[in-house]
Design a protein around this ligand. Structure first.
Ligand SMILES: *Cc1c(COP(=O)(O)O)cnc(C)c1O
Length: 387
């Protein structure tokens, strides 16, 4: 297929919701992507944190091919071998959370957790954080902070409040008799790559327990090894009531899930559900992906490579850099100015990176990125930030 035709056709038929690039990606492997002209890119976006295992992982591909010839769809009322396996493997990663609800995306996982908080507590209030991002459907969007995502769709769902992230006093003041849940990221992604203070998450746990609210942690971006542990909350010594996951759980195949602690109750048949949730194809991909993550010890890779990358980034001397922060391979480099031109300059050097807000460059590479590839990224950043 002709490159110009592909770009023109997408441009003609696009909804308008995406600012499109002017090249066509056709293939990926590990941390690399290739365009239709054969150019190679180092991918530091990983589909916004989806491709933790790298692109086109052979074990995920094989599991998909095998399952596709056996059974693709099955409603969750019918038990299935792949679903049972994934339930067992997934809940083994989250001690204290033994049950799981499957859906198809991150926003759906948060949406479900919000509904489950309401039916578990008989309350309606949700306390979320400023700069937080939880998705685009109306319930999850109501918990999302940025005006850019919210304003056009108001009025949103009532009884949501936002407190400053890492401010224990404000959280304490916000948690009232009608609070069903506190919904937080353990490290904020879209909002600028800000890790939680341990004291803040620990206070959130204690306040929720004392006042009968659910603590829901959104691990959609930070999950599955990204921060150096399987889940970011596991750095903080807390056990949430619900953990929302999605992006990298099935190696790139659409999936979402909510892991449920003992306080989550009243989930009766028919109260909530999903047509595609728990389908054998995604489940088989999830089983293969989790096995590969464990075999390749992705959390350790992210911890070691993250430390290396962070040290190199701290070593970049440029008057433009305000701060480098992050956990594992979830890294933010905040500049003193807008990052858009620098992301473009990186792309001209065939490095794909993300923004987080207007002034932070965000690096979310596949956790299988090599040290040589990280060196190339750092050297390109060094050049671009001094150009
Ligand atoms: C990406 C993201 C979501 C939304 O996930 P979708 O699959 O796009 O709906 C929710 N929460 C966080 C923290 C995310 O990074």
């Amino acid at each position: 297929m002709n490159t110009d035709w592909i770009i023109a056709t997408e441009s003609k038929h696009t909804s308008g919701l995406y600012g499109k690039q002017n090249f066509v990606i056709v293939r990926g492997q590990g941390a690399l992507l290739w365009d239709s002209e054969g150019n190679e890119y180092i991918d530091c976006s990983a589909g916004h944190g989806v491709a933790n295992l790298g692109h086109a992982h052979p074990k995920v591909a094989a599991a998909l091919a095998e399952q596709a010839t056996r059974l693709i769809t099955l409603f969750e009322t019918f038990p299935n071998d792949q679903r049972a396996l994934l339930m067992e493997k997934l809940t083994a990663l989250t001690p204290g959370l033994e049950r799981v609800f499957f859906c198809n995306s991150g926003t759906e996982a948060n949406e479900a957790a919000i509904k489950f908080s309401r039916v578990s507590t008989g309350r309606t209030g949700i306390v979320a954080a400023m700069r937080g991002f939880h998705g685009r459907t109306l319930g999850a969007l109501s918990a999302t902070w940025n005006k850019k995502y919210r304003e056009a769709f108001e009025p949103l769902v009532p009884d949501y409040q936002h407190v400053p992230f890492n401010n224990v006093e404000a959280l304490d003041a916000a948690l009232g008799e009608n609070t069903a849940a506190v919904l937080l990221e353990a490290i904020q992604g879209e909002g600028g790559v800000y890790p939680a203070d341990p004291a803040f998450l620990q206070a959130a746990r204690q306040l929720c327990t004392e006042r009968g609210a659910m603590l829901v942690i959104d691990e959609v971006q930070s999950g599955f090894g990204r921060t150096g542990k399987m889940f970011a909350y596991q750095h903080f010594g807390v056990v949430p009531d619900m953990v929302c996951v999605a992006k990298s759980l099935a190696g790139g195949v659409p999936i979402g899930a909510v892991l449920l602690g003992e306080e989550v109750k009243n989930l009766a048949p028919g109260l909530h559900g999903s047509t595609f949730g728990g389908n054998p194809l995604s489940m088989a991909a999830g089983v293969a992906a989790l096995s590969a993550m464990q075999e390749e010890d992705l959390p350790r890779q992210a911890a070691e490579k993250g430390e290396y990358l962070m040290e190199k980034l701290h070593g970049i001397s440029s008057p433009l850099v305000r701060e480098v922060r992050g956990m594992g391979l979830m890294v933010g480099m905040e500049l003193k100015q807008k990052v858009a031109p620098y992301l473009k300059a990186l792309q001209e050097r065939r490095i794909i990176a993300l923004n987080a807000g207007l002034t932070t460059i965000r690096l979310l590479p596949p956790l299988v990125i090599t040290y040589e590839q990280m060196d190339e990224v750092v050297s390109a950043l060094q050049t671009v930030l001094n150009g």
